[in-house]
Design a protein around this ligand. Structure first.
Ligand SMILES: [Zn+2]
Length: 354
């Protein structure tokens, strides 16, 4: 048996990823390292809980620019705030541990690459931790997309709640909450600090801002080893995945980047490659909202990673920084080639295992 297969509890159901359609659209994906932070090992690995916070490594915080030929540009996460400034004061001690290094934030890097923040049609937050939310203010044309379970966190934000580690959204910010539960009521939210356009995805998937109007129906369905996925553009080019465990409403995404080729933006499903490839170390119970769900999600990620045509990228996967091209280049061609290399490695592994 190959190292990759050892000890993996494969989720019971795996649906083959949908094939390309005639005239299949693809999205281009670019990785933007929007700052760096110190990540203590005890936050990453369950076998490192006794380690001091100083033991760890500096990791990037990736944002991803997604470009769809008809619907325009989106960002999946914004990374860190410039120089680590502007977070709610309750985060001060946390920031001393995580030592933010962000001389140029996602806006600076986008502009250097010729993209204005006003071009961005939507910002998707995988979740609301400080190293993913950046500064939403310059994205004046962007709708915010969040997992519906994050709505509870947004009810009491800083400064209205001085003790909150979550900052309020810009005034007038439009928010779309993606719900994966069929019968779930749309979350109720505090209307005080922002205009909350709360949708239940299956009922009202309207996406009001893009250059071209979104299709009117969007379906939640299983995808690969994940049980719930939202086909955001309704054309199979970009899916949001329900990836629970790390934070309420945590989202991952699957982008179709070339014929029969996918990139899985796994955000904080786990915080180190070792946790999903080969999967030797369990994620830390310190850093996960629901560690059982998080470990189940990691198993699903491992199963997806066994597919030859899926390339996984975690939000803090340091190795990827040196393996893949970065914005303003897209990573599509690299992902295509990486998938081919992976297929060859998997063939070699299987031959060794018989
Ligand atoms: Zn993170």
């Amino acid at each position: 048996m190959s190292a990759m297969g050892e000890g993996i509890l494969v989720p019971e159901t795996f649906l083959p990823l949908p094939g390309d359609t005639v005239n299949q659209p693809y999205v281009s994906v670019s990785c933007i390292p929007a700052g760096f932070l110190h990540l203590p090992d005890r936050e990453v690995f369950d076998d490192a809980l006794e380690q001091p916070e100083s033991t760890g490594r500096q990791v990037p915080s990736f944002a991803f620019l997604i470009d769809h030929s008809e619907y325009g540009k989106l960002l999946f996460d914004l990374g860190l705030r410039k120089h680590g400034q502007g977070y709610p004061p309750t985060l001060r001690e946390t920031l001393e541990i995580f030592v933010v290094h962000c001389p140029r934030d996602v806006v600076d890097l986008l502009q250097e690459g010729g993209v204005s923040p006003s071009e961005i049609r939507a910002v998707i937050y995988s979740h609301l931790h400080f190293d993913h939310v950046g500064d939403l203010t310059p994205f004046i044309s962007a709708q915010l997309i969040l997992g519906s379970e994050a709505a509870q966190v947004m009810k009491k934000t800083y400064p209205k709640n001085p003790d909150s580690v979550f900052a309020e959204l810009p005034p007038g910010q439009k928010v779309r909450y993606v719900s994966f539960a069929e019968e779930e009521e749309p979350p109720t939210v505090d209307q005080g600090s922002y205009m909350a356009a709360v949708y239940q995805a299956q009922i009202n998937p309207a996406f009001p801002i893009p250059s071209r109007e979104m299709p009117s129906s969007t379906v939640i369905s299983p995808l690969g080893s994940f049980t719930q996925a939202l086909d955001l553009f309704n054309d199979g080019s970009f899916y949001l995945l329900d990836a629970p465990g790390h934070f309420p409403g945590h989202l991952a995404a699957l982008a179709r980047v070339a014929p029969n080729r996918f990139v899985l933006l796994a955000a904080d499903c786990c915080h180190n490659r070792i946790c999903y490839d080969p999967g030797d170390r369990l994620v830390s119970r310190e850093n996960y909202h629901n560690v059982d769900d998080a470990r189940d999600t990691v198993l699903r990620l491992k199963r997806m990673n066994q597919e030859d045509n899926v390339v996984v990228i975690l939000a803090h996967e340091t190795e990827r920084l040196h393996e893949m091209p970065l914005f303003p280049r897209t990573l599509n061609q690299w992902a295509d080639e990486e998938a081919s290399r992976k297929a060859l490695r998997n063939i070699a592994d299987r031959q060794l295992s018989v």
